[in-house]
Design a protein around this ligand. Sequence first.
Ligand code: JCQ
Length: 403
Amino acid sequence: MRLDVVSIFPEYLAPLDLSLIGKARREGLIDLKVHDLRDFAHDKHRTVDDSPYGGGAGMVMKPGPWSEALEHVLAQEDSPSGDEPRKVPTLIIPGPGGEPFTQQIARELADEPWLAFACGRYEGIDERVYEWAGERMPVRVLSLGDYVLNGGEVAVLAMVEAVARLLPGVIGNAESLVEESHEDGLLEYPVYTKPAEWDGRAVPDVLLGGNHRAIADWRHEQRVQRTAERRPDLLPPTAAASALSDLEERVATPADAPDLQVLTRACWAPEFARYGMFGAGEEDLETVRDGIQEWDTRVWRKDGQLLASVRVRSHPTQEATWQIGRLMVAPYLQGRGLGRELLGYAESLASEGVRTFWLNTGAKSTENLRMYKKAGYKVRPGEGEFPGTVDLTKRQVTTSLPE
Ligand code: JCQ
């Protein structure tokens, strides 16, 4: 993986020479370069900041040095061959106003071949730099947490470490990657080592017994208890629906259009943001209503609230192909298998004679792709029906036994 970091304090990133990340760099698994923003300021004092228009405290980072520094990063592409599209990095700008950086985002970033990081300082970077960069590469503003740092450098150290340790070969024991806090939505269980008694405190008996089933049960119970105590926000909302069968299914009518429009936006906004296309993919009500006419759209509600939807139809020209579209689950209910359940249901609606299931998703929508592949779908080579998407298909499995 290639990594570029732009900062006015390049020495701040020296820790990336140490430990496992340093080793990965020496082994060539990570190619990390740090660039000094001041090298792209051309006045005598190498100025990178100025006072804010409109007044207010502090200083703002000037756009000029940033565009030059990022041009320099973009120009690092090793082999810009004739017909191939120009490779660009995903640009990450740490800031307290960003989307929360999570293990899920770390996983997404670990799949990218090239990341660039822009370290802001002072009151921030001139807003036009975000626009300028967004026209040239995907941009993500990411926050480490709800507190303020003096600059992006410490956040970059954390993000690079979280991403790099997921790369194959960086961590010796790949198993230690899965049994971790945040990998499956629960915090980790407490751990103990020798001596069995220390400071008058004993290691829990169950861990000394060698009953692996009992140990696994105890650890799971500890994880749930800890999560409830420290991070109740991570636990499923107990009152909420957890399965499709808890929701009320209906065939959508034009009256469902406003709610469908909102659900679609809620599901698509984070997807389009991955591509730096903020606010893209918004449909007017007319278009949503047309969709309801042209597809068999199903909606699931609980207490009147629209929580999930999917739409299906035979392909307009190839009857044997069953199209599955707009598989959507309300964001707060995502990650618990509802989408997978919806998919199976959408397949079960297929009319007689259907041989192939077809669907389409963003080429970078890692979580969607993971779910579809697990459900047996294969990515069709080449671009999908829409720019930046891929099509996936799966053979209809007929389960009827010979008579
Ligand atoms: C990151 N939580 C807090 C500081 C300006 C983009 O401009 C600036 C960036 C920073 C650094 O980020 C944070 C942060 N996650 O403070 C000032």
